[in-house]
Ligand binder design. Structure first.
Ligand SMILES: [Zn+2]
Length: 77
């Protein structure tokens, strides 16, 4: 995979989030669980995904897809 959009704004933001934030859902530090999602249409990474719970975030760190909560399944009850 080529990272042509490497220096794009959204890529930089995503990288910052991946380095500094914790996943909202499973609260793992994203530097351990984040993978970058490559968007073919715009030719850049525009989302990150937490591989622990599969939650996806966009470059503003808004959740775009809620993943599976494994370890804290009943915390919202
Ligand atoms: Zn997570």
């Amino acid at each position: 995979m080529q990272f042509r959009g490497k220096k794009s704004k959204s890529w930089k933001k995503l990288k910052l989030h991946a380095r500094n934030k914790r996943c909202h859902i499973c609260s793992y530090p994203l530097r351990k669980t984040a993978v970058f999602i490559w968007d073919i249409k715009s030719q850049q990474a525009n989302q990150i995904k937490c591989i622990n719970c599969l939650t996806m975030y966009d470059c503003e760190f808004e959740i775009t897809n809620v993943g599976i909560v494994r370890e804290v399944a009943y915390s919202w009850d």
